[in-house]
Structures are given as structure tokens and as C-alpha cells.
Design a protein around this ligand. Structure first.
Ligand SMILES: O=C(O)CCC(=O)C(=O)O
Length: 276
């Protein structure tokens, strides 16, 4: 049966030691409040970000509707200077626009050359680096990327999962994040980790900090976005595809029977012990 809905625990003033020793090993989502993020929480106004982040060009998603959908691709990619993006994303109606005067914007910042470079806001926006402190809740060498998430009020990002562990540092503004347990994957028409979708209830600036919690060699080395499945999972999926093609050689009745046996085998051998 699908799981129930309940609020994610909110914890105030968690120390590095508490997080590393007691919370992180549970591998469950948490809202951490009262963490020292530096001066960004008061400094990062629309005017300040437009001025300091300035003319650097950023690639953005632009949608005529609030619910962005990755399957039907009901959005377009456009480019704007960072300052303009921040200004436009903070207003409901726009004098200058691409599609419509109430279009919505979404920025997920990228590396210098997204095919080769990983996003790190400290490199792409060096003048903002001193304003923000990332929580030191993972080892320095595990750091993978830091990504600006800037969105118009009301915008909803499609449901997805992240392969790497991460903090979503909501510097300003308010978001609603709906998470689905990996154990409910079978009800989501896909398989994987903590699925989530995110609604920006108001304009806001977030920074997503990703780190590699698995040994480095588990990740695809060409993946600058940090969203490809671990290489062993991709290999296993390819092998499964081959197995399914082989099963298709059988008449339907036999294919059905052996496919069900394979599912039971996977449930028995590969699911976590306490799978419900
Ligand atoms: O804040 C957002 O807009 C998206 C964040 C997100 O999807 C994530 O933290 O993985």
C-alpha cells in the first residue's frame, strides 16, 4: 500500500556532530532551521543580486503556465543576463517578455561550459561567494556542485529524483516540497530515490548543494549535472532490457509466467529487508 502523508521533521540549530552521527545515517529528509548561512539571508535582495550578479548570461526555463512538465515540455529555454532574470522572476507581470506578460521563469544555474563544467555558484558568481556559507555537514572532498534555484512565484518544478544527496538552502522566499519515499516508487510509474516536486509559493532564491555520498567511482564521470544514475544502476537496467528481449522469444503465457518469477526473484533478493 502507498505510504501516508506526514510533515518532514523540522529541527532547530542542529550541530555538525549531531547531523553526522545521528541524523544523516537515517537517510531521511529533514528541514534544518537556524543554520548559519552568512549574510546572504539579509543581503540577497532583488536589487543587490541584480547589481552584483549582473550581466552574466544564464540559461533559463520560461513557461506560460505555472506547472512545468518535463514530459510534454511545456516550456522553452531562453537566455537572460542574471540581473534581468532576478528582476523578472520577482514580478508577476512583465513589460518585456518572451511568450506572455505573466510568463514564469526558472533558473537552475549551470557550469561555465555545461558539457564539461560542474555548476558552482562560487566560481560563476565570485562576488556573491563571501555572502553564503555552505553547512559543513559533509567532507570537503565529497562536494560536487552548488546550483542557484531561482523561480517566479507559483512556479512548480516537475516531479524528479536526485541521485546525489543535497541540501536545498532556501535563502529567501518560501517553497513547498512534496517528497515521495523511494519505497513508493512502484506507485509513481518509475523506480528510484526520494521523488519530489517543488512549488515556489513566492519569489525566492535557493542554492542547492550536492555532494557525493557514494564512493566517487560509483558515479558517471561525464555527468556535469549530477543527475545520471550510478553506473552500476545503469548497467543493471541495460542487462534487464536484454533479459526482457530474451523473454519476448517465448509465447505470451510463458513470458508472463517467467516475468512474474523474475519479479519475485528481484523482490526476494534485491529489495531492502523491511520492504513493505
Ligand atoms: O528548489 C527548487 O526549485 C528545486 C530543488 C530541487 O529539486 C532539489 O533540491 O532537488
Amino acid at each position: 500500500m502507498a505510504g501516508q502523508c506526514f510533515p518532514v521533521p523540522r529541527l532547530e540549530g542542529v550541530s555538525q556532530e549531531q547531523f553526522m552521527e545521528h541524523l544523516y545515517p537515517q537517510r531521511k529528509p529533514l528541514v534544518l532551521e537556524g543554520i548559519d548561512l552568512g549574510t546572504c539571508t539579509s543581503k540577497w535582495t532583488v536589487d543587490y543580486l541584480s547589481q552584483i550578479g549582473g550581466r552574466r548570461e544564464v540559461k533559463i526555463h520560461v513557461a506560460a503556465v505555472a506547472q512545468m512538465d518535463f514530459i510534454s515540455k511545456n516550456f522553452v529555454y531562453r537566455t537572460l543576463p542574471f540581473g534581468k532574470l532576478v528582476q523578472r522572476a520577482s514580478e508577476e507581470k512583465h513589460k518585456e517578455f518572451f511568450i506572455s506578460e505573466d510568463e514564469k521563469y526558472y533558473l537552475r544555474s549551470l557550469g561555465e561550459d555545461p558539457r564539461k563544467d560542474v555548476a558552482d555558484i562560487r566560481k560563476q558568481f565570485p562576488l556573491l561567494e563571501g555572502d553564503i556559507k555552505f553547512p559543513k555537514f559533509f567532507k570537503e572532498e565529497q562536494f560536487f556542485s552548488s546550483v542557484f534555484r531561482i523561480s517566479s512565484p507559483g512556479l512548480q518544478l516537475w516531479t524528479h529524483y536526485d541521485v546525489m544527496d543535497n541540501f536545498l538552502i532556501q535563502v529567501t522566499g518560501k517553497k513547498r516540497v512534496v517528497l515521495f519515499s523511494p519505497r513508493d516508487a512502484q506507485y509513481l510509474y518509475l523506480s528510484a530515490l526520494w521523488f519530489h516536486n517543488v512549488v515556489s509559493e513566492e519569489f525566492g532564491v535557493g542554492v542547492n548543494v550536492f555532494w557525493k555520498h557514494l564512493p566517487s567511482e560509483c558515479y558517471d564521470k561525464t555527468d556535469t549535472y549530477g543527475n545520471k544514475d550510478p553506473t552500476a544502476a545503469s548497467r543493471a537496467a541495460q542487462i534487464l532490457d536484454r533479459a526482457l528481449k530474451t523473454l519476448a522469444e517465448l509465447p505470451e503465457e510463458y513470458r508472463d509466467f517467467y516475468a512474474r518469477r523474475m519479479v519475485l526473484h528481484i523482490q526476494d533478493k534485491a529489495y531492502s529487508k523491511n520492504f513493505e
